[in-house]
Every structure is written in C-alpha cells, then in structure tokens.
Design a protein around this ligand. Structure first.
Ligand code: NAP
Length: 497
C-alpha cells in the first residue's frame, strides 16, 4: 500500500472490473427479475456498477440451493480438518487479491484506502484464517454419568443460516459472520447492505476457488425491506445473524417469532462512553478520544461518542481533543494520507447536519466543526465536530448519530462517571483512562458493555468475543464463542445392559 500514490490508486480504480451479479450455487447470476440497482461511490458520486437487485424469488431459489447442499452433506458432513483447509485457502486468496478488494471497499464505502488496506482486508483475512484453523480443535463433550451410561453432548450446525450485514464495515462484518457459520458446517445466504455489496460479491467467487462446494454460500444483493425481510420470515432458514441498527434488529426478532423461531443473533447500535480521569496519560487519551469518534467518520457501532471527562481537567482536555480533531479533516479516500472519508450517502450527511442543529438548540457548546465540507467534490463530507457542555439527557448524548460528532460530558466522581456511562439503552463498548489501577479496574467492571478498554480504545482482535449488552444486541461475533451462534447442542444418552 505504502508504495502507491493517489494517482496509482485512481488508475487502478479506472481499470477495475467489478463483479455485480448475485452468487448462487457456486456461480454468478443475474436476479430472476433481471432488475439491477446502481451503486455509487460516496467519495465523488461516481457510478460504480449496476448490481443485481434480488427479491423474494431469488431468496427462495437461494434457500432451496442452500438446503440441498446442507442435506446432501457435501459440506456439513465434511471432516472439520477438510473444512479448515478450504477456509485457510480462502483467506489466502483474499490476501493474494488484497489490493483489488481494498480498492473495491474504498470506492464502495468511501473508506480511506489506508484503512481498507491496513485494517479491513487484513482483519477479514485474519478472521477467516484464525476461525478456519480453530475449527478442527473444537472437541465435543462426554457428561459425568453413572458407569452404566454414556452421554454425548455434540455441537451440530443449525442448517441454513441467513446473514444480513450493514454498510459501515461490509468486509469485516461479512468475515465475522461467514467464517464461523461456514466453519461449523452450515449453508449460508449473505445479504450485504444495498449501498455496499461489492466486496462480498468478490470474495464469494474466491470461496469457490478455494474449494467451497457449490450451494454452500450464496450472496444476494437487494433491499432490506423486501429481500431481507423475506429471509428473516423464511420458514426454511434455521438461523439469522445480523449486524445493523437496533431498530431493524427489533423487527428481526419479531419476524423470527412470526415465522419458525429461527435462532436470531444481533449485533446492533451503540452510544459508547469514553471516560477520562485526570490522572491518565492525557496526551494519549486525547489522541484516542479523537480516534474513537472520528475513525470511519464516526460510522462505527463502537464509536466513543460520549467523552466523559473529569471536571478538573475538562476545559484543558477539550482543547487537546479539538487540536487532535484537526488531523481528521476529511479528504479523498483514494489518497493514502486521508484519515477520514465521506459519509456513506446524502441521507447520512443530512442526518449528521440535523444532529448538529439539535445539539446547538439543546444548548451544547460547539467547540469545533459542525459543517459540511468539500461541497464541490460530488461526495458527502462533514467536518469532525465536538460539542462541550453536554448533559446525558440531551439527544446528542442519547441517540446514535453515526457521524463524526463527539459529545463531551463532565463528571466529579468515579461513581458519577459510571452512572453517566450506564445511563444508556445501549451497552456495546467503552473505555476508561486512568493510571490508578484501582480506579481503572473498578470503573471497567461497573460499566455494562460487551467490550471495555483500559487505557486504549478499539482494542481487541479475533481471539476475543464481540457483541453487546442491553439494546446493543445478543450473541457474539469473533473468537471460539462465535461458534455458539451457529450450532445446536445435541445430547445422546446411552444406557448399557
Ligand atoms: P440497518 O439499516 O439496520 O441495515 C442493516 C442491514 O439490514 C442492511 O443490509 C439492510 O438492507 C438490512 N435491512 C434493513 N431493513 C431490513 C428489514 N426490515 N428486514 C431485514 N433486513 C433489513 O443498519 P445500517 O444503517 O446499514 O448500519 C448502521 C447500523 O449498524 C448502526 O446502528 C450501527 O451501530 C450498526 N452496527 C453494529 C455493529 C455491531 O457489531 N454491533 C457493527 C456495525 C454496525 P439495506 O441496506 O437494503 O437497507
């Protein structure tokens, strides 16, 4: 990546051949209706591709294909060591094509090329490789029975799984879903977000090349409201795994209840607290406070959007964070020097602008940013924005903005910091900064979130589970715990004569 300039990436983008058909039964195919949907780059509005727009009839075809593949055992009954070999080869093929896939993700999502080459693609490769390598190390159990009995506790795949993912981390969330669901022997139908289908379509073909049998993986681009809903209501889908908004997650639980009670696992929204004590390394804390909220333009479920700062240092610390925010002025995602790209689309940009107005009306103090920029680019760019003097009852402190907007809230005691942090419908992530080991541990333990950092933000890797408390969801992506979402436990009780 470091050897390429903006011009190099732009030339590669011009020559890119983009796969835009659905992927069913090991082949790329048009939607049955022949309908397509244009996908545009949020960086400059350029038309990238006409992507197959699948509907319920395509879903039925994909489900029947997935079911047949599951039942014939071509993958579900394969030895775990052989499934491992396929997943590891798939990871290698993604790595071999890293530049092309990183470029697709950059163009489709508007993510800076430095992020897609440095984070998104390597993390997808590592997720698939690590999970593949783990799958033949998972042992089932024998329970402690009387001597005249033997009881087996086995993990079996669910069957057919639907995975629905969002636009903000398309490749990473796809890898988080596909690696453990395929690894445990399921057949899978992936529905990418309508805005960002390209990287998932590309890596589906690589899965076949790696040896994944036909029919085990299908990728269907199409609208959530019709295609996604149809999958969630489908009576022949056994499991549903979702990453997206809390609002849609609630609908999916209802669809499951209205249909066949398919196992439903949800990774949802957040409004994460980032708590800074006066005794922490303030330089580092300020740098990470900015990273926590401006990385990916704040379009990150775990974004540290509520900066909760000890009152004695609040004024000084906010100045430090404002200084850091200048490193996050948006730029062209194809430029390797760009740290923050555009919002995903004009709707998201408008939503961010509305929240900036709400913050002003609520009486918060706008310390920096607050405006749309690069208006002649054809893209949707917004300045990194910081509000001070926020209280936790304001809408900008309660609601997920999903843009580069930070709300700073002061506290006087550790108890108050914890109370503010926990006063949220969400419980996805958070962090605490303190050089006092007692303070750091006590606060980290008391904050009700799925992932908590101490003196870091966004820490973690594929070896640890990821998911939320409260309305941030259920189930877990990543780590060996992800296998729980895609398997049923079966007991076999044997009695001897
Ligand atoms: P979204 O609107 O909930 O959409 C997510 C996915 O669901 C998309 O593929 C969407 O399709 C589909 N969908 C929409 N309505 C549906 C319905 N009625 N039935 C079935 N599927 C439906 O979320 P988003 O705006 O793409 O992503 C942002 C949200 O994701 C934020 O809330 C963020 O916090 C959350 N997120 C959470 C995590 C996590 O791991 N906890 C990670 C990343 C993002 P269309 O694209 O066609 O609308």
């Amino acid at each position: 990546m470091l050897d390429k300039t903006r011009q190099d990436w732009a030339s590669l983008a011009d020559g890119l051949s983009i796969e835009s058909r659905a992927f069913i039964n090991g082949r790329y195919t048009d939607s049955l209706s022949g309908e397509t949907r244009a996908t545009m780059s949020p960086a400059d509005g350029r038309h990238l591709a006409e992507v197959a727009n699948c509907g319920p009839e395509d879903a039925d075809r994909a489900v029947a294909t997935a079911r047949a593949a599951f039942e014939n055992g071509v993958w579900s009954a394969m030895a775990p060591a052989d499934r491992k070999a396929v997943l590891v080869r798939w990871a290698q093929l993604i790595e071999d094509n890293a530049d092309e896939i990183a470029l697709l993700e950059c163009l489709d999502v508007g993510k800076p090329i430095a992020d897609t080459t440095g984070v998104d693609v390597p993390s997808a490769v590592r997720t698939i490789r690590w999970t593949g390598e783990a799958i033949d190390k998972v042992y089932d159990q024998i329970s402690p029975t009387p001597a005249d009995c033997l009881a087996l506790v086995q993990r079996l795949p669910l069957g057919v799984v639907a995975a629905i993912v969002p636009w903000n981390f398309p490749l990473s969330t796809t890898a988080w879903k596909l690696a453990p669901s395929l690894g445990t022997g399921n057949s899978v139908i992936l529905k990418p977000a309508s805005n960002t289908p390209l990287s998932a379509l590309r890596i589906a073909g690589l899965a076949s090349e790696a040896g994944l049998p036909d029919g085990v993986l299908q990728v269907l681009p199409g609208p959530g409201g019709s295609l996604g809903r149809h999958l969630a209501l489908h009576n022949d889908i056994d499991g549903l795994t979702f990453t997206g908004s809390t609002e849609v997650g609630k609908q999916l639980m209802q669809y499951s209840g209205e249909s066949n009670l398919k196992r439903t696992f949800l990774e949802l929204g957040g409004k994460s607290p980032n708590i800074v004590f006066a005794d922490s390394n303030l330089e580092k804390a300020a740098m990470f406070a900015a990273i926590a909220v401006f990385y990916n333009g704040g379009q990150t479920c775990t974004a540290g959007t509520r900066l909760i700062v000890e009152e004695t240092i609040r004024e000084k610390f906010v100045e430090m964070v404002v200084a850091q925010s200048r490193n996050w002025m948006p730029g062209d995602p194809l430029d390797p020097a760009t740290a923050m790209g555009p919002m995903i689309d004009s709707g998201q940009l408008k939503a961010v602008a509305e929240y900036v107005d709400i913050g002003k009306q609520e009486g918060a103090a706008l310390m920096s940013g607050g405006k749309q920029v690069m208006t002649d680019s054809g893209g949707c760019y917004h300045e990194p924005t910081i509000f001070d003097g926020v209280n936790n009852d304001m809408r900008i402190a309660k609601e997920e903005i999903f843009g580069p907007v930070m709300s700073v809230i002061g506290f006087k005691s550790a108890e108050e910091a914890v109370a503010i942090a926990n006063d949220s419908i969400y419980g996805l992530a958070g962090a605490v900064w303190s050089n006092n080991i007692n303070t750091a541990h006590k606060v980290a333990a008391a904050v009700r979130v799925g992932t908590m950092g101490i003196n870091n933000y966004f820490g973690g890797d594929v070896t640890v589970p990821f998911g939320g408390f409260k309305q941030s969801g259920n189930g877990r992506d990543k780590s060996m715990h992800a296998f729980d979402d895609y398997t049923e436990l079966k007991t076999t009780w044997i009695e001897f004569d």
